[in-house]
Design a protein around this ligand. Structure first.
Ligand SMILES: [Zn+2]
Length: 357
C-alpha cells in the first residue's frame, strides 16, 4: 500500500509510546507494510479552536479567497476542527475541501438591533428572537449563538440584550430543534437570565460570580473564556472615552479574568480553548490561547485537552487516535506537557490522512 503513512511517539492523552499507521484517511493500529515514516515525537488528536470566526474580518463578511486563507492559517497551526461562533457569510463550500479544517457552525450571531459589531449579526428585537434562533439553528451545525450583552449607549455601559422570558423561550426553541446555544457575555447583569434560560456554553464570561460558576459546574455548562481576546479589553477601554463607565467596567473585567478562570477550573466547569479570531484578532493563535489558559491556572495537560481531545469530545468528534478514527492529528517535536510553546510549531499536521504541513 504505497500511500500508507507511519508516525510514532508518545500518543496523548493516553501517554502511550506507540506506532500509528494511516491509510485511507484513517488511523490503523495494525502495522502496514511499506508505510512511509513521516514523523516522530508527541502525537495529539487534531487541535480545536472552540471559538473562532472563519468568514469575517473586522468590517464584516469576506470573500471565499479570504475565507480560505483564514481556514488554512488555522489548519497550519494544527487546528483541524473549528467551532465557528457566528459569521454573516456562507462557508458551506469548505465542507467539500478535504484540505481544509472541519467546521462546526453556529449560524450567524443573533443580536439585538444596533447592539453588536456592525455587519456581523442578524439584528432583531425581542419579539423576533425565537423565530430568528430557530432559523439559525436550521442553518448551523448544532449550535446557535446569541449575543447576551453589549454596550447600551443610552446606559453608557454593558447591559443585557433580552428579557428573561424571551431568552428562555429562545433557548427552549433551539433545544427542541436539537441545537445547543452559546452566548456572548462580558458583564455581570445578563448572566442570571442566561444561565436560568439553560444556555449550554458561555463565551468570555468575564462577569461570572462564584455562585454562577457553581451552577455551571453542576449543569455541565461550558466556558470558552477566549483569554487572548480579553487581553484586548484595555485597548477597547482606551478607545471608549465617550463612555467612561463602560471603559472602567471593561478594565475591571479584564483585571479579574484569570481569577474567574481559576475558580471555574477549580469548580470543575468544562473549559475549552477559543481564540475569537476573525473579528479583531488574526487566525492561527491557538497555541497562545492554550498558554494563556495554563497561565490562568489550568494544568498543562488540561490546557492541551481544552484545545484537543477534550474539545473534540465536547463537539462530538473522535477524541483519540484509536483504530479506525479519522487521521486528524498533529506531531510535535517536543513534549508540550513540559513546555506548551511546543504547540506553536507542529512538526507535522495531518488532516484526513494527508500531510498538510
Ligand atoms: Zn467571537
Amino acid at each position: 500500500m504505497a500511500d500508507a503513512l507511519h508516525v510514532r511517539g508518545v500518543v496523548l492523552p493516553e501517554e502511550e509510546h506507540r506506532d500509528v499507521w494511516i491509510v485511507d484517511g484513517r488511523i490503523s493500529t495494525e502495522p502496514i507494510n511499506g508505510a512511509t515514516t513521516i514523523g516522530e515525537g508527541w502525537l495529539l488528536p487534531g487541535l480545536v479552536d472552540a471559538h473562532c470566526h472563519i468568514g469575517v474580518d473586522a468590517h464584516g463578511p469576506v470573500d471565499r479567497e479570504v475565507q480560505e486563507q483564514q481556514a488554512t492559517t488555522e489548519r497550519d497551526a494544527g487546528v483541524l476542527l473549528a467551532r465557528d461562533c457566528g459569521v454573516p457569510s456562507d462557508t458551506r463550500w469548505m465542507d467539500d475541501r478535504a484540505d481544509l479544517p472541519r467546521i462546526v457552525r453556529a449560524g450567524q450571531h443573533v443580536a439585538r438591533s444596533k447592539r453588536y459589531i456592525r455587519n456581523f449579526g442578524v439584528e432583531v428585537e425581542p419579539e423576533q428572537l425565537v423565530e430568528t434562533v430557530a432559523a439559525q439553528a436550521r442553518r448551523g451545525d448544532g449550535w446557535v449563538k446569541i449575543v447576551g450583552d453589549w454596550i447600551d449607549r443610552d446606559v453608557g455601559d454593558l447591559a443585557p440584550c433580552w428579557p428573561a422570558d424571551v431568552l428562555a423561550a429562545a433557548v427552549q426553541q433551539a433545544h427542541d430543534l436539537g441545537a445547543r446555544v452559546t452566548t456572548h457575555v462580558f458583564g455581570e447583569i445578563a448572566l442570571p437570565d442566561l444561565l436560568a434560560a439553560g444556555v449550554d456554553c458561555i463565551e468570555h464570561g468575564t462577569g461570572l460570580s462564584d455562585d454562577q460558576i457553581s451552577t455551571m459546574a453542576a449543569s455541565g455548562t461550558a466556558l470558552v473564556p477566549t483569554l487572548i481576546n480579553i487581553a484586548t479589553f484595555p485597548g477597547i477601554a482606551a478607545s471608549a472615552s465617550k463612555f467612561p463607565a463602560y471603559a472602567e467596567h471593561m478594565l475591571a473585567l479584564h483585571a479579574r479574568v484569570d481569577a474567574m478562570v481559576t475558580a471555574a477550573y477549580d469548580a470543575g466547569v468544562p473549559i475549552y480553548a477559543g481564540t475569537d479570531a476573525g473579528g479583531s484578532l488574526p487566525h492561527g493563535l491557538i497555541a497562545q490561547e492554550v498558554q494563556a489558559l495554563h497561565k490562568a491556572g489550568l494544568s498543562a495537560t488540561d490546557a492541551l485537552a481544552a484545545a484537543s481531545w477534550g474539545a473534540r469530545e465536547w463537539l462530538g468528534h473522535p477524541a483519540a487516535l484509536t483504530e479506525g478514527a479519522p487521521a486528524d492529528l498533529v506531531v510535535l517535536s517536543e513534549d508540550p506537557r513540559q513546555d506548551l510553546r511546543a504547540l506553536a510549531d507542529p512538526a507535522r499536521v495531518i488532516l484526513r490522512g494527508r500531510v498538510v504541513r
